[in-house]
Design a protein around this ligand. Sequence first.
Ligand SMILES: C[S@@+](CC[C@H](N)C(=O)[O-])C[C@H]1O[C@@H](n2cnc3c(N)ncnc32)[C@H](O)[C@@H]1O
Length: 225
Amino acid sequence: MSQRQRADIEWKDGAVPVATRFDDPYFSIADGLAETRHVFLTGNDLPARFTPGFRIAELGIGTGLNLLAALIAWRAAGVAGPLRYTGFEAFPMDWGDMDRALRAFPEAHAVAGPLVHAWRAGATRFQSDDLDAEFIFGDARETLPRWAGRAEAWFLDGFAPAKNPELWSPELMAQVAAHTVPGGTAATYTAAGFVRRGLAEAGFEVERRPGFGRKRHMTVARLSA
Ligand SMILES: C[S@@+](CC[C@H](N)C(=O)[O-])C[C@H]1O[C@@H](n2cnc3c(N)ncnc32)[C@H](O)[C@@H]1O
């Protein structure tokens, strides 16, 4: 992984990783796991929509917390076969930072070991009985257009749109739509107008829902079936 640009991390309150390049935390300082579940799982109507072979795609793998929350939900739902996950990441975290970040969420950290181990080895694919994950490294503006897959549900989890606008551009939202199955969905914690407009222009039906904690709104988007 040496040729990849790494994430530079500072720690807030000793536990919350903040990306120095973007001056933004990877997850909610209040309760990252509960926010993940509210925004990305409930926002995509999961676990109710889980079916065998279900594929989640994510812009911004970060610490892997969203992936682990999805995996915990998948296991609890008892769906046959592996959850399929494709994550896009331009600045992969060092495995030690990932492990340290996940320690704040014992439930997620308890199931993270094999994944962190694969990450440490620089893997781009991780396969087990209940997870088939691929990690696509590089700028998503270049890698997503080249991706041959399509997802049932998207986790749009760039840093704040004002700080990381390239991960929320109308062009990228069009690529998200092009890589979503009919009836598929996308969810994000932000309700920024330009993100909502980009999703609508890309063909999604866009809905504003109550956000997590002190955030008033979040966004969910659905392609027509
Ligand atoms: C808020 S963090 C994601 C948190 C993550 N979902 C988690 O569960 O920890 C945003 C992520 O987007 C990544 N990112 C920023 N710009 C990117 C780009 N142009 N292409 C791909 N990934 C990018 C960052 O490196 C960071 O890991």
